[in-house]
Design a protein around this ligand. Structure first.
Ligand SMILES: [Zn+2]
Length: 138
């Protein structure tokens, strides 16, 4: 049950400017199924973040939330993408959040995942989505 997650080392990714602002890019080829990075931050009780509109809050288990806004949380730079356009997903394992590759990702490609409907409706919809999938539609 206590699966130990081994994430990739920092040489596999880098933050740089992309089409939708800062983004999170593969610096080396990443294989489907690889655990890319952990989403880290300050652990807060859910009751203490009610009404908090910080974008980087991530409910882990209904009891506590990870506030991923500190800059040391490199995973905060991973941009949202709609539908199956992204190449990663987030998974909760042992109350920790990890980003996992759902496709083979080539060096230089941006890594994105779907943030979920709740987040989308609150933070993305009001400004219009700039993800790859939505750009193609236009
Ligand atoms: Zn989109």
């Amino acid at each position: 049950m206590n699966e130990e997650i081994q994430t990739l080392d920092k040489s596999y990714y880098k933050v740089k400017r992309g089409v939708s602002g800062l983004g999170f890019f593969a610096a080396k080829d990443i294989k489907k199924g690889d655990w890319i990075i952990e989403y880290i931050g300050i652990i807060k009780k859910n009751e203490d973040v009610v009404g908090d509109t910080t974008k980087y809050l991530f409910d882990v288990n209904g009891k506590f939330t990870i506030d991923g806004s500190p800059r040391y949380n490199t995973a905060r730079y991973i941009n949202h993408s709609c539908k199956s356009y992204g190449n990663a997903v987030w998974k909760i394992v042992n109350d920790r959040i990890y980003i996992r590759a759902t496709k083979n990702i080539k060096q230089g490609q941006e890594i994105t995942f779907n943030y979920g409907k709740e987040y989308f409706d609150a933070y993305i919809k009001p400004h219009g989505c700039k993800c790859g999938a939505c750009k193609v539609k236009k």
